[in-house]
Each structure stands twice: as structure tokens, then as C-alpha cells.
Design a binder for this molecule. Sequence first.
Ligand code: NAD
Length: 676
Amino acid sequence: MGYKNWQLHIDDQIATLVFDLENSGANTLSTPAMKELDAALDEILKKDTLPRALIISSAKKAGFCMGADINEFRESTDLALLKQHVEFGQTVMQKIADLPFPSIALIHGFCLGGGLELALACRYRIGQYDEVEAQLGLPEVRLGLCPAWGGTARLPQVIHPLQALNMMLTGRTVKSKAAKRLGLLDVIVPKRQMVHAARYIALNPLPKRKFQVMQKLCHIALIRRLAAVFVTRQVKKQATPEHYPAPFMMIDAWKSYGGLGKEAYTLEVDQFMALLNTETAKNLIRIFFLQEQLKALGKKASDRIQHVHVIGAGTMGGDIAAWCAFKGLTVSLQDRTAEALQNAMRRANELMQTQFKKDKRSIEAVMDRLIPDVNGEGVVHADLIIEAIFENLALKQEVLVSVAQRKKPEAIIATNTSSISLDDLKTALPDPNQLVGIHFFNPVPKMQLVEVVHTENVDKNMSERALGFVHQIGKLPLIVKNCPGFLVNRVIAAYLLEAAHLLDEGVSVTQLDHAALDFGMVMGPIAMMDLVGLDICVEVVKNIDGVIPKILSDKVAAGHLGKKTGEGFYTYKNGKLQAPVDTTGSNSMGRDAICDRLMGALINECVACLAEGIVASPEELDAGIIFGMGFAPFRGGPMAYAKSLGYEQIIEKLKGYEKTIGPRFKPAAGWTALIP
Ligand code: NAD
């Protein structure tokens, strides 16, 4: 029988199923692919002579399988039909697990979610450790879901249950060598030996795996109950059950059945269906697609950047250079001083130690690509030049003019400025429209978003290539229009300013930060102000013609500028936050009232940005504020959150604040366009 998504061969008594999803660069287990897999298994089982083994592999370069097709869960609202689909998936996986002969998953590259569940249903798993290295994980929790094709039941049977919980609750992936150590892969081999190893094991099955002591102990319900208390406590440090129910449900399932018996599988389906219906899952799935939308912005560029020249080896330039070298680009790094270059090289080395652990060869390869360049000789060879010197208009103009005179004609000139208008910077250039902003966030290795800033008549080719570069180095590009603060810093400024006003009104540091953290923000606004620097916060308020809250100017006058001076609103020891300087507050404002004020200011600024066309759509804005600022992801971004509350309700609240607090709450011009 011919299949569209699978190739079935049987030779030398070994059946091979090669997954090759039609019209796609990567494999996902869509409904048609699952139906065909089921039919192919039946075809194999109906043979007069059964094969001695089944090998399942992938024809795609990218890897084994990315998981289930999430589009199907997003597009369908028919929960009964979705449940049938999930149950059917479990049936197919069980059919593989019940095969009367050994089954072997041959894994290269990504093996995620449903893909790993398929591999877990096989008796053996072989992983590739070179070229496209095997990388395995159950990332469903990141979408607010749990695995539903037997993953929560089978993984704790295959590896140490606590390691299994760790993988499921964090959604982290493990590469081949770590997966072998865990017992998730039985064998790891180089690419050239993959097929040979699979055929060897097919004909010479490995001895049956023995249960580890912990796995045996976990058959005792009391042990699982005790372990679950410990794990729940750990997870509660990172997430709350109200905001992120999925990890808590998975702990519960394991505590109840330890992955054993039919009940474990039934509960898995029930939990998945309950989670699918939560706002958290709906928002996280939406964000997943927004992330894909931003990635797509960077996929249009036709060329790849080979050589980047970075000018300024400070906090930002040094880290941008290190990150680009890490991502495989040749980088020349220029600074006025040799000392700044030395510091940047040391920091790059430290970053690589954390990325590659003990893998000296990889660290050396990255450091070989990163070239300190005091005289700026790299400018003439580079495809892209990023200026990241002091925030000073005249100095920046001087550097940009010199670059424009020496660069290759087709090379892109970019600036990392965060507050100087590109319209002012570009005036000095022979071709002003060639300048683009490539605005990274601090710390560069951690922050996913990079704003690509456009001026009015920006050269479209340059900007498209800049977007391509951001995608090439594994970051998420967002197109924003030139304006003070661009998108993210402008929104952050409005939010932080409101927090400072609340402090002035007597709300305490802890009241404020706890309220924001409970709302789901990655960091409290006061801790964020300390991190940015209180002097910089004051400068930003001056730039937007705002009223500087007294508490902020007092701190700056006293030289308490935040983390960098060891004291701001909090104290710091060796760069680590210790305790608030002052815990008292004369205002007993509740958490909801605090959040209403903070979010009112933040959302109103977002709406103003939309009205001014700073960002193309509410969707892109949501993605920018989540990935650039750490806005609570499970709320789907500020505009999704505003929609869920009701636009009219927010406008009424803003009007009330405008009357009682002041004109900064005047509803932005863009609100009317949002209301149908
Ligand atoms: P920094 O002070 O840490 O580093 C600036 C570096 O530029 C210094 O090493 C200095 O020696 C070098 N430099 C100055 N003039 C030079 C010249 N003419 N030629 C070569 N090198 C020169 O500054 P930073 O924090 O890295 O900021 C750099 C740029 O990035 C600024 O435009 C800033 O607005 C922007 N930015 C900063 C952050 C942040 O959080 N620090 C975030 C985003 C963007």
C-alpha cells in the first residue's frame, strides 16, 4: 500500500518505516500522518511472516519529529473531536508498544513531544551524536499542556522518575550524550553507523532493561506521595497552580499512578483536555505562533551574514560580538581601548564556558572566530557593521561616517542606540536611508527579542537583510518604527514611571514588586528600576517630559543608583539582590489596585504605540512586550490581556484615573480604533 507520509520497506526480515511528512521541511504527527502510521502498522502485522523487527526513522534533515501538529489544536474548537484524536494517538502508540517483535526508533535532530512519545513506545532508541545531534524532550508544558500520547506514563518507566518529572515539568531538551546517561537512549552512534546499529540491534536485541531501584521504589504509593510533596514545593518556587496548572497536574498524575496501568493513560487524556480549555494554554499556544510569526520575518533575506564588525566593546558590544561568534559568524570587535577589548574577550570566554561546559574544542572554535581589532581593520571586510559605542550623538555620527567611507558598498550599517533618534544619526551619512537600528536588549545572551528599527525611507533591502541577520543568530526580530524608546523601552518607561509614582504615594517596595510578580511579571518594577539604573530612569522621564517622582530624584541625589552602586531601592552584595532598603509603606493599597494602575499605564502606552504605527499589529506588540520585557506570558501579552478585560472597561478606568490622578492617564488616541 502507498503512503503519502511514510515509506514502508521490508527486507532481510526487517521492516523499516521512514517518516517523511508530505510538503513539509519537518515532521509533525498530523492526523493524516497518524492514520497512515496506524495503517502501516496493521499492514506489517497482517503479513504471513512477521518481520523480526521494526525500525522507525525520519527522512527529514531537521530531525526525527517535532511532535503533534499544534495547528490542529488551535484551529479546532470541537473538544469531543479533539479528545477522539488524542485517544487515537494513544492507541497507535500502544500498538507500537505491543508489537510482538522489537521496535527501534532511530533518532537524529529534534525528537520532541509526540515525536518522543513515539520513540518511547518503541522498545529501543538509538541516537545520533554528531552532525545533526539527537535532542529529546517533552516541551508540552511550555504550551500550558501535558503530553497526551502516553509520555507522562512511559517516560518515568524508562528513566529515573524524578529525572522524568524534571524533563516534563520544565520542558527542557536533552542532547544525545546526556540522554544516554539518563537511559533515554539505549545506544548513541555517529551518523555513518546509525542504520548499521539499528539493523544489528534488530537482529540481536539488547537484554531487557532492569528497573532502577528508584523506579521499583516508586511502585510504592507512599514513596511517590512523599516525593510529590518535595517536587511540588520546588515547582511552586517558579510557578503558581492558578497561572500554570500543567506542571501540578503532571505531578498529581505521577503521584496517583506512577505511570502504571491503564488509569495512568486515561488520566493523561483527561488532564490534557482540561488543560487545553484553559486561558493559559490558549495564550501560550498563541504566543508559540507569534514566535513563529517573528521568526518568519527573518526568513525572507536571501543572503547570510558571514562577517560582523562590532564597534564598542562595552556591556552591549562585547556581548553582541560574543553571541555572533557563538552562532558561527566571524566577528571583528573594535574599541578605543585595549582594556575594553580584553574585558570583552574575557567575558566572551566566560559565556562560552557556560554554553559548552567542558567542551574545550567548541570554546576554542568560538574564540578563534572572535577577533579583537583596535584599528578597526574588519570594517572593510564585514557584511554588517554594528555601532555600540557611548550614547552620544556627535561621537556616534563620527564613527558612522568613517564606517560609511570604508565599508563594502553592500554592507549594512546598524546602530544599537537605545535612545538617540535614527533620524538624527543618519543625517551625517552619504546615503542616510542605509542606516538601520538593530536594538539588542541587556543581557544579550538571555534576551530573545531584537528590535529592527526603521526610519521613514529606510532601504528595504538593508532592513530585510538586518531581519535575516537577527534570525540567523537565533533571536526574534521585531520591526519597529523610529521613535524615542522604540517600542519596548517606551512601554517599560511608562510602566516603571507609574511604579515610581506609587512609591511616592506611600506604597512600599515589597507591596509593589509582590503585586507585579503575583500578576505574573518576570520581575517586579522596582527591582527592574534598580537593574536599569535609577539615574537612567530619571533621564528617561526627562526625555518624555514626565514629572520625576521625588523618591527617584532623592535616591539619585544620594548616589544610590541601583544594582550598579550596590544600593537603590534594594541592597546588593556581589551583584546579587539582598533586601529592600525600606519595607515600610504608608499606603495600604491592595494588589489588584496596584496592578490596575501599573497595567493601566502600560496598556495605554501600548495603544498609543499602535496608533502611531510604531509596531504593525497588536499581535506583534504582544510578542515584543513578552519577549523584550518579560510580560506575563500566560496572559498572552498586554493587548490580549486588555481584550480579555474589555476595552470599554479599561477606558473607563483610565478616565477615572485621569480625573483623580492626572493627565498622564488620558486615554491614548488609539483606543477608538480598537472598539468595533
Ligand atoms: P558601554 O559604556 O558599556 O560601552 C561603550 C564602549 O564603547 C566602551 O568600551 C568605549 O570604550 C567604546 N567606545 C566609545 N567611543 C568609541 C569609539 N569612538 N570607537 C570605538 N569604541 C568606542 O556602553 P553600552 O552599555 O554597551 O551601550 C552601548 C550602546 O548600546 C549605547 O548606544 C546604548 O544606548 C545601547 N544599549 C545599551 C543597553 C544597556 O543596557 N547597556 C541596552 C540596549 C542598548
